[in-house]
Design a protein around this ligand. Structure first.
Ligand SMILES: *Cc1c(COP(=O)(O)O)cnc(C)c1O
Length: 396
């Protein structure tokens, strides 16, 4: 029988990915996503999660979720604007705004949803968005959804941003202009130059939007990159996720009261997708409570990050120029990088390879995400495996 158009499409495209070694095989975990994970019966040191503070398995968060499930059930039952808003969602939003030093906050079901909803609620086809070329996929999609003109500027290049901001402003073609950046860039661990971005935004009357998925819980005593630079009253949209350092799931915007009110009547995932579950909301409240009361977990995270970086550097690896605990180990050649990651895996370290097109050609790397939950012993073990494989492959 003749193949359908869809069957042909899938056959050809899957075949191409597989033949190029670009088909991603997913390894299901047989354990929680903690510092040690179990895959296919093997225990591995986990250097691949975004669970920066180890909160995904924290007993206090688990207890809060269980209590909330007992009281409110497993689902919120409706979208936020019908009757899916539980007291827990309101408490969570209040907690977030206090933690972020803003007037208000709105919670979404994920960080991805948040970018889908927030950008297009404010920007439209008469507007322009200046976007860092390395911004996260959800920002790119959120920008597209708004139908605004998208103007990418070179990664963290403030001369380029200023030039483009000036051009866009002086063209007189756009009603509103917005600049969007990740707070921390997850591939290299570098921090956005927010003070300069704010200066440029003020000069050209530009709305500011910072997606701090990788900075929240990590920088600024946990409150994120904006707080790190003391700019809490200068950034219009502070986006964060509850899914990474906070260990649960969800996304949010923190900002002025009017902005949040507008998002609550105009952002489509808030209006048309069911609210965060009670367990997730309660666990997130607990996570923010923990971060608000102590910087112990951040300190542990940064200590572990520094320890791993120093170790890899001493062994002779190129660890790039990360400013955060994210620690790339840059191998260069794509297939060598994949081989390196595979051998780490076989010897007990789970650190994913990241290659072109996610990062530029020739900068393939194994990316390490140390967390507060790793012990020195785990990191030492990982380093000794790095040393062994690095030597075997003549990389160091
Ligand atoms: C991970 C990430 C997201 C998505 O967050 P989820 O809560 O996992 O959907 C959005 N933006 C950035 C910059 C991210 O790194």
């Amino acid at each position: 029988m003749e193949k359908s158009i869809l069957e042909n499409f899938l056959h050809d495209n899957l075949g191409e990915l597989k033949s190029k070694g670009l088909f991603n095989v997913i390894d299901p975990l047989e354990s929680a996503n903690g510092p040690i994970i179990r895959i296919s019966g093997l225990d591995l040191i986990n250097l691949s999660s975004n669970n920066y503070l180890g909160l995904a398995t924290d007993s206090r968060l688990k207890a809060a979720a269980i209590e909330a499930i007992d009281k409110f059930g497993v689902g919120a039952g409706a979208v936020r604007t019908i009757n899916g808003t539980l007291k827990l969602h309101v408490q969570l939003e209040e907690r977030i705004s206090r933690f972020k030093h803003t007037e208000a906050a709105i919670v979404f079901q994920s960080g991805f949803n948040c970018n889908m909803g927030a950008i297009s609620a404010v920007m439209d086809k008469n507007d322009a968005i200046l976007s860092d070329e390395l911004n996260h996929a959800s920002i790119i999609d959120g920008c597209r959804l708004s139908r605004a003109a998208i103007i990418a500027y070179k990664h963290s290049d403030m001369t380029d941003l200023r030039l483009k901001a000036k051009e866009v402003k002086e063209s007189g073609m756009y009603k509103k202009i917005m600049v969007i950046t990740d707070g921390v860039f997850s591939m290299d661990g570098d921090i956005a130059k927010l003070p300069e971005i704010v200066d440029i935004a003020e000069e050209f009357d530009i709305i500011t939007y910072v997606d701090d998925a990788h900075g929240s819980g990590v920088l600024g005593e946990g409150a994120g990159t904006v707080k790190h630079f003391g700019l809490s009253n200068k950034i219009d949209f502070q986006i964060g996720t509850l899914s990474k350092a906070l260990g649960v799931i969800g996304g949010y915007v923190a900002g002025k009261k009017d902005l949040i009110e507008w998002l609550k009547v105009r952002s489509r995932p808030f209006l048309f997708s069911t609210a965060l579950t009670p367990g997730d909301a309660a666990a997130s409240i607990k996570a923010i409570e923990i971060l608000s009361n102590s910087t112990e977990l951040q300190k542990k995270l940064w200590d572990n990050g520094d320890y791993l970086k120093r170790g890899l550097k001493t062994l002779g690896f190129n660890i790039g120029a990360s400013q955060t605990p994210i620690t790339p180990c840059i191998i260069g050649d794509e297939s060598l990088t994949q081989e390196f990651s595979k051998r780490l895996y076989k010897n007990g370290v789970y650190a994913k390879s990241i290659t072109f097109p996610t990062v530029p050609k020739g900068t393939g790397r194994v990316r390490n995400m140390p967390t507060a939950a790793h012990t020195k012993e785990m990191l030492d073990k990982a380093l000794s495996i790095y040393e062994q494989i690095g030597k075997e492959m003549n990389l160091i």
